[in-house]
Design a protein around this ligand. Structure first.
Ligand code: HEC
Length: 120
């Protein structure tokens, strides 16, 4: 479920952005944490604060997930206290904005799948 990259299969596809061996693609991406009508509308410009490119607003570096269970809270601002909250975020498809990554969408994970991703 974690490593599959086939959109037609009902799974999580985390591997697009958190790939082996370090469990990160080392890219800056918008993983749908905040709603924004325009690039100027983000609470935190993230990568855009440094590059000054409007389309980098709201993008953050995908971090490594090695030993992730030991380093709560999660995301750049620590908004999620548990991995359950993280997986619920990804499963819901997150919040809309002009550059939300196309790979962040309603994954429709059931409770068993959510538990399996967290266990992994
Ligand atoms: C489109 C790319 C993308 C996909 C797909 C993705 N992530 Fe992420 N992930 C990110 C980015 C970018 C961040 C950093 C966000 C931030 O710092 O606010 C992140 C952060 C995280 C964090 C927090 C790490 C920390 O140290 O705070 C966890 C945990 C996580 N992702 C797990 C997952 C899981 C599980 C999946 C699959 C269900 C997944 N991610 C799919 C891009 C992605």
């Amino acid at each position: 479920m974690f490593f599959d990259l086939e959109p037609a299969l009902p799974d999580a596809e985390c591997n697009h952005c958190h790939s082996a061996p370090l469990m990160t693609s080392n890219n800056y991406l918008n993983n749908g944490l905040d709603s924004a009508q325009s690039y100027k509308d983000f609470k935190d410009y993230g990568r855009g604060k440094f590059t000054k490119f409007p389309s980098d607003s709201g993008k953050f570096k995908a971090p490594s997930l090695i030993n992730i269970a030991l380093s709560a809270p999660y995301m750049h601002d620590g908004r999620f206290k548990t991995l359950e909250e993280v997986v619920d975020h990804y499963s819901s498809g997150g919040h809309g904005s002009p550059n939300k990554d196309v790979l962040i969408y309603n994954l429709k994970l059931n409770d068993r799948q959510k538990k399996q991703i967290i266990a992994f």
